[in-house]
Write a protein that binds this ligand. Structure first.
Ligand SMILES: Cc1cc2nc3c(=O)[nH]c(=O)nc-3n(C[C@H](O)[C@H](O)[C@H](O)COP(=O)(O)O)c2cc1C
Length: 328
């Protein structure tokens, strides 16, 4: 039997969402779920004075850094820098279809250049022994066959990559926006199942359309892990059951207890100049599906617009917890 690792459940990299603050919230809700950073371009890592890729003390592992790159030399330069951080994994984005990424010749279009990806892997490995993983799609544009995906995965296998995350849709590089690329191409889990059968020694993580933890768990019948993206943003509290369901590690928490801890993080960053708006953003959906969610969002809007202090939200969270408990 395989050792259980945090990869069995992960929250997907999402630009403009899975920033430090969202990750911090999610780490308070689940101790074990693997969290990905949003994609960070290697040029940013090389030149960024703010070091926004760094692991903060209070945002604990397991965290995976997702990088965007297409040049082995730049990848190696960046690796010199990020190798000093305590990331559990370095993930190379080979699945993003946005124009910006395609113009930079990375993301999904790297599927057509497996050798280049192989060279980047080797270049990064010269600087660090943090495991390298790949996030990709099942194909792109007219390359929508098992063979095409197999060729790509085969190169990764040869380079001794142990884990690949596969978003079970093709990417369409011309004509569809990133948003459409997450909805229009149909999900094809069967192709990913065939890849798993063929490359059985690799850990294949399924991604795309997983809506809740039960579905994520069900996918473990066929795959080595499930990655959830949008549903984690839409309903972060569902991860309060993740530690018990996936890691056999019961987590007794309430939303208000999480808010209490999150406020410490928020106040620290507000004193460093981050806006209240940025700090409350990850909290909007915390009461998803609960009576009172609308009032919660109204209050967060007031915080975002600096009409009231962020500290005021704790009392409302406690009240909503009480109402929820009474209704249960
Ligand atoms: C707002 C947003 C931003 C995203 N940014 C990234 C990114 O930076 N890197 C990446 O590999 N995928 C990115 N994705 C794709 C997700 O990681 C994931 O593959 C996709 O949403 C499918 O999973 P889901 O159906 O669980 O949402 C993004 C998705 C969303 C919704």
């Amino acid at each position: 039997m395989k050792n259980i690792n945090s990869n069995i459940l992960s929250i997907a990299p999402m630009m403009d969402r899975t920033d430090l603050h969202f990750r911090n919230l999610m780490r308070l809700i689940s101790k074990n779920t693997l969290l990905y950073t949003e994609m960070i371009n290697v040029n940013t890592i090389i030149h960024d004075q703010n070091k926004r890729f760094m692991i903060e003390d209070d945002c604990q592992n397991p965290i995976a850094l997702q990088i965007g790159c297409s040049d082995p030399i730049l990848a190696q330069k960046a690796a010199k820098i990020f190798s000093k951080e305590k990331f559990q994994e370095i993930n190379i984005n080979c699945g993003c279809p946005s124009n910006k990424v395609v113009n930079g010749n990375f993301g999904a279009c790297l599927m057509k250049e497996p050798k280049k990806v192989g060279k980047m892997i080797t270049a990064i490995r010269e600087e660090t022994d943090i495991p390298i993983t790949i996030k990709t799609r099942i194909g792109l544009d007219n390359f929508d066959t098992d063979n095409f995906l197999e060729e790509f995965i085969s190169e990764l296998y040869t380079r001794n990559v142990k884990t690949v995350i596969i978003h079970a849709r093709i990417a369409i590089l011309s004509g569809l926006s990133p948003h459409e690329n997450r909805t229009i191409p149909p999900l094809n889990y069967d192709r990913v199942k065939r890849i798993k059968k063929k490359f059985n020694e690799m850990d294949i993580i399924i991604n795309g359309g997983v809506k809740n933890l039960l579905e994520a768990k069900w996918h473990l019948n066929s795959f080595d892990g499930s990655m959830i993206g949008r549903a984690a943003w839409d309903n972060p509290w569902m991860f309060s059951e993740a530690d018990e369901l996936f890691y056999n590690d019961k987590n007794n928490i309430s939303r208000s207890s999480i808010i209490n801890k999150y406020l410490k993080h928020a106040n620290k960053y507000i004193s460093m100049g981050h806006s209240q708006r940025r700090l409350v953003r990850p909290l909007f959906n915390l009461f998803y599906g609960i009576q009172g969610s609308k009032v919660w969002k109204q209050q967060l809007n007031e915080v975002a617009n600096n009409k009231i202090s962020i500290n005021s939200i704790y009392d409302l969270a406690s009240q909503l917890d009480e109402i929820t408990e009474a209704a249960a």
